[in-house]
Design a protein around this ligand. Structure first.
Ligand code: SAM
Length: 184
């Protein structure tokens, strides 16, 4: 089973150097509770609702997938937005909701990304990853909505709902920020 030293990816290794060049210790409250421990690296999956990605986004996502792939199994699944080609926003969101629910299995620890979710620091994301591994879930699944956001069923299925910023982000931007935080 893969073992991931989250400590090296969640703040300590990025601390500014002191005058002798040695890394300054992070303040205690900025550490993940898993700092210095080896934590089971759960397989991760990111579900994103959207159309075909821009080339730039896809390149960045591939870069992060490659980096993360050294530590854990990471899957990136694009769910087609507006599968019913409807002009009714409610019908669109419901159809996307259903398509995403079909992807979710009982063994998934589901993290919904939402601009109204809980504010989290990078260290708290590291904690979330570690905690999810202790719940009996066998996979961590992150859900990013389409242009009109996520539907009710996915929101209700969430084990955690987090936000990456107090600003509303385009779903491709949200995906890139998430990938960067997972790598961090
Ligand atoms: C364009 S936003 C949806 C906007 C909004 N929910 C709506 O109904 O108009 C697309 C998706 O990106 C993700 N997202 C956008 N801003 C976010 C933020 N600040 N934090 C976390 N996720 C965000 C969410 O998953 C959201 O469903």
């Amino acid at each position: 089973m893969a073992v991931l030293p989250w400590s090296c990816r969640c703040g300590l290794s990025r601390s500014p150097a002191n005058s002798r060049g040695a890394p300054a210790p992070s303040p205690p409250d900025r550490r993940s509770k898993y700092s210095g421990q080896s934590v089971r690296a759960m397989p991760m999956r990111v579900l994103t609702v959207g159309k075909k990605r821009s080339r730039g986004t896809q390149l960045i996502v591939e870069e992060y997938k490659e980096k993360l792939g050294y530590y854990c199994d990471i899957q990136d699944t694009l769910i087609k937005s507006n599968p019913k080609l409807t002009s009714d926003v409610m019908v669109q969101v419901e159809a996307e909701d259903m398509a995403m629910m079909l992807q979710l299995k009982p063994e998934d620890f589901v993290v919904v990304l939402d601009e109204n979710g809980k504010d989290v620091t990078s260290e708290q994301i590291a904690d979330l990853l570690g905690d999810a591994g202790n719940t009996g879930s066998s996979r961590l699944t992150f859900c990013i909505g389409g242009p009109y956001g996520l539907g009710l069923q996915v929101r209700e299925r969430a084990d955690a709902t987090i936000r990456l910023s107090s600003m509303v982000l385009n779903h491709q931007v949200a995906l890139i920020v998430l990938m960067e935080q997972l790598y961090r």
